[in-house]
Write a protein that binds this ligand. Structure first.
Ligand SMILES: Nc1ncnc2c1ncn2[C@@H]1O[C@H](COP(=O)(O)OP(=O)(O)O)[C@@H](O)[C@H]1O
Ligand SMILES: [Mg+2]
Length: 223
C-alpha cells in the first residue's frame, strides 16, 4: 500500500518540557489508525504536527515524500487545505453560517481545487440533508459533528485527522459518528487517524497505537 505520510523521530518541546519523544509513524493510503492514551500524553500535539499545524522541535514529517515543514508557507497551506481534513472534539463550526455554508466553506476558501465530493451525496450519507439551511446552534451535538465531518470531507482529502471526535457525545451518538467516519473514509479511500479514549468503537480493520508519556507504541488489535 502506498505510503502517504511518514514521520521520522519527532520531538516536541514546550518550554523545556519534552512532550513528544522520538515519535515515528507511517500512514498508508486508505488505512485507519487509532491513537489512544491518557490526557496529557501528547496525542493532540502529535496530531497537530503530522497534520501540518505545528512545527516539531526536531525530526521531519514527510507528506508524499516531501519534507512538509521545509516547504514554503504557501505550499504548506495548499496541502493543509486540499489534502488534509480535520475534525475536532468541539466541532468548530462557524455559528453565523448555515449548515450548508459551513460545509462548503473549505471550497470557497480554496481556489484551483480540482477534486471535491458531492455535497448532496455527503449530506445524505451523513443524514443531515434536512438541516442545510439551519444555523449550527439548532442542531444536536451529534448532528453538529456530522456537519463537521461533511466539511472535513468536502475537499476529498487524502488524510482525515480526528482529535477526540466523540469527546462531547454520548455512547450511542459516538458509535454513529465513528461508524460514519470509518465508512466514508473507506469509501473514498481516505486515510483516517482518530485519537480517542473509547474502546470497541471501531468495527473496521485498523492499526492501534497508544501514546504513553510522549512515546507512541503500536498495540495488538484487542478491541
Ligand atoms: N501550546 C502548548 N504550550 C505549552 N504546553 C503545551 C501546549 N500544548 C500542549 N502542551 C503540553 O503538552 C503535553 C501534551 O499535551 P497534549 O498533546 O494536548 O496531550 P493529549 O492530547 O494527549 O491530552 C501536556 O503536558 C500539555 O500541557
Ligand atoms: Mg488532546
Amino acid at each position: 500500500m502506498t505510503i502517504i505520510l511518514k514521520t521520522e523521530k519527532i520531538n516536541k518541546y514546550y518550554n523545556n518540557h519534552l512532550v513528544l519523544k522520538s515519535t515515528s509513524l507511517i500512514i498508508r493510503k486508505g488505512e485507519i489508525y487509532i491513537i489512544k492514551g491518557k490526557s496529557g500524553s501528547g496525542k493532540s500535539t502529535f496530531l497537530s504536527i503530522i497534520g501540518g499545524l505545528e512545527y516539531p522541535s526536531k525530526g521531519k514529517v514527510f507528506f508524499e515524500n516531501r519534507s512538509f515543514y521545509d516547504l514554503s508557507d504557501n505550499e504548506q497551506s495548499q496541502i493543509r487545505g486540499k489534502s488534509f481534513g480535520f475534525v475536532f472534539q468541539s466541532f468548530q463550526l462557524v455559528p453565523e453560517l448555515t449548515v450548508k455554508e459551513n460545509i462548503e466553506l473549505p471550497i470557497s476558501l480554496l481556489n484551483n481545487l480540482d477534486k471535491k465530493l458531492d455535497v448532496n451525496e455527503l449530506v445524505n450519507e451523513l443524514d443531515i440533508s434536512m438541516h442545510l439551511n439551519k444555523k449550527p446552534s439548532y442542531l444536536s451535538g451529534g448532528e453538529q459533528q456530522r456537519v463537521a465531518i461533511a466539511r472535513a470531507l468536502i475537499t476529498c482529502p487524502k488524510i482525515l485527522f480526528a482529535d477526540e471526535p466523540t469527546g462531547n457525545l454520548d455512547q450511542e451518538t459516538s458509535e454513529v459518528v465513528i461508524n460514519l467516519l470509518t465508512k466514508l473514509s473507506l469509501r473514498y479511500n481516505i486515510s483516517l487517524i482518530i485519537v480517542t479514549h473509547e474502546k470497541g468503537l471501531i468495527k473496521q480493520p485498523h492499526y492501534s497505537y497508544r501514546m504513553i508519556d510522549g512515546v507512541l507504541k503500536m498495540e495488538t488489535n484487542d478491541d
